[in-house]
Design a protein around this ligand. Structure first.
Ligand code: VGL
Ligand code: ZN
Length: 215
């Protein structure tokens, strides 16, 4: 298999939402979510630059089913920016479930980016909120620092990872997703759809074993 050599200067590993609430026992548990932790820890060692994201919602966030009387988690509703899946309350700011998984070891991560902090709008992508227009500032950060290749991993493959990867391509970054360092929620075929959409956007889908540290 073709090996991909990490360029320490321009590559950045972005671990998306590896948080307690997205792991087994958490409020919005992704099946096998915690299985990504050792894979990401190993990957991290191959990168000089790392970034973590945290889903970081105020209580009463509009993506929570509990904000709508009569609605249940995993219902979909129409909001101003299109369809919105309603989720169980999760990743509430400063709650234990919002913490980064305690086993994640990326000591050299340079930025922790929080998203989804506006009550009215969800933010799956690390680059734009769900209106697809309100930036988080991450693209500017990467550009100012000369980080041109984005390697994504984490949770969930079919929501925050896929949205981030597709936006990264849209913004002109070379983008790879390490599939075995991700797990999916898989709501009504969302995993297969996300893989198709990423592929169509020019996202490279790879496995952790193809990455080699530089030199
Ligand atoms: C996510 C659903 C709701 C994710 C975040 O991190 O993929 N999914 N909030
Ligand atoms: Zn969320």
């Amino acid at each position: 298999m073709t090996r991909v050599v990490v360029d320490p200067d321009r590559d950045v590993l972005i671990a998306i939402d590896v948080q307690v609430d997205f792991c087994p026992g958490g409020a919005l548990a992704v099946p096998e979510g915690d299985a990504v932790v050792p894979v990401i820890n190993r990957l991290g060692a191959a990168f000089r630059h790392g970034i973590l994201t945290q889903d970081w919602h105020p209580a009463g966030h509009r993506s929570f089913a509990s904000s709508y009387p009569g609605r249940r988690p995993y219902d979909t509703i129409e909001v101003a920016y299109g369809p919105q899946v309603l989720w169980p309350d999760h990743c509430v700011q400063e709650s234990a479930g919002a913490a980064v998984h305690p086993g994640l070891a990326l000591p050299h991560a340079e930025l922790v980016l929080r998203k989804g902090f506006r009550a009215e709008i969800d933010s799956y992508s690390a680059f734009f909120e769900n209106d697809r227009r309100t930036p988080t500032g991450l693209a500017g950060y990467l550009r100012e620092r000369g980080l041109t290749r984005v390697v994504l991993c984490g949770l969930a493959l079919d929501y925050c990872v896929a949205y981030s990867a597709i936006d990264a391509r849209r913004l002109g970054f070379e983008t790879a997703v390490i599939e075995d360092a991700c797990r999916a929620i898989d709501l009504a075929g969302s995993r297969a759809r996300a893989l198709d959409d990423m592929y169509a956007s020019g996202v490279a889908l790879a496995r952790a074993s193809v990455l080699s540290p530089a030199g």
